[in-house]
Design a protein around this ligand. Structure first.
Ligand code: G3D
Ligand code: MG
Length: 181
C-alpha cells in the first residue's frame, strides 16, 4: 500500500490579504470544511497525490477566521504544523511589513520546530496591477531575509500560481521528511 503523509499547514497574514480566497481557490470542489468557532479557525482538508515521491498526502489547512486574530491559543494553532504560507496583499504595504513583525514572529515563537519547517512568502492580488504598491524585488528581499523557500505572486481571484504555490510548499516539506526518515 502507498504511504500516506498527513501535513498540517498554517496560512498567515493580515485581514483581507486573501488567505481564505487562496485556500478556496486551491481546494475548490475537493475539500471538507470544519469551522471551529471556539478556536477562531477554519480547518480544511485536501488529499493530494505527489508523484515525485509516490505518496498520498492529506493536507490539513488552518485558516484564521474572520477577525484574523487567534481567538484562543496560539500554541494550539501552531501545534504540529509542518509548514506555513505567509500571505500579504500587493496593494497594501502594511500587510508586507506585518509579515515580519507579526506573523513570522508568532511563527518563530509558537511553532514547536520552526527551523524544521518550510514556508513560502506570497504576494497576492497580482491581478490588481494598477494599484499595486509593492515591487517584486521587495517581496524577494523579504523572502530571502526570512529564509523562505521562495517568493511567489498569486491571484486568488483568477487562480494564477495558486496551485503552484501549494505544490511547491508540499514538495519541500515531503523532501525534508523523506530525508529525515
Ligand atoms: P483573508 O482571508 O486574508 O481575510 P479574503 O482575505 O480571502 O477574505 O479576501 C479579502 C478580499 O480580497 C475579498 O474581497 C476577496 O475577494 C479579495 N481578494 C482576495 N484575493 C484576491 C485577488 O487575488 N485579487 C483580487 N482582485 N481580490 C482578491 P471582498 O470584497 O469579498 O471582501
Ligand atoms: Mg479569511
Amino acid at each position: 500500500m502507498r504511504r500516506q503523509f498527513i501535513l498540517k499547514l498554517v496560512v498567515l497574514g493580515d485581514a483581507a490579504a486573501g488567505k481564505t480566497s487562496l485556500i478556496n481557490q486551491y481546494t475548490e470542489h475537493s475539500f471538507k470544511e470544519d469551522y471551529k468557532p471556539t478556536l477562531g479557525v477554519n480547518i480544511l482538508t485536501k488529499d493530494v497525490y505527489v508523484d515525485e515521491f509516490d505518496v498520498d498526502t492529506r493536507l490539513i489547512l488552518w485558516d484564521l477566521a474572520a477577525q484574523d486574530k487567534y481567538a484562543l491559543s496560539r500554541v494550539l494553532f501552531f501545534q504540529g504544523c509542518s509548514g506555513a504560507l505567509f500571505v500579504f496583499d500587493l496593494t497594501r504595504s502594511t500587510t508586507l511589513t506585518n509579515i515580519e513583525s507579526v506573523w513570522y514572529r508568532d511563527y518563530l515563537k509558537y511553532s514547536s520546530n520552526p527551523k524544521g519547517n518550510d514556508y513560502l512568502l506570497i504576494g497576492n492580488k497580482l491581478d490588481l496591477k494598477e494599484i499595486r504598491s509593492i515591487s517584486r524585488q521587495e517581496g524577494e528581499d523579504l523572502s530571502n531575509h526570512l529564509n523562505c523557500i521562495e517568493y511567489m505572486e498569486t491571484s486568488a481571484k483568477y487562480g494564477d500560481n495558486v496551485e503552484e504555490a501549494f505544490k511547491k510548499l508540499v514538495f519541500h516539506i515531503l523532501r525534508r521528511k523523506k530525508k529525515e526518515d
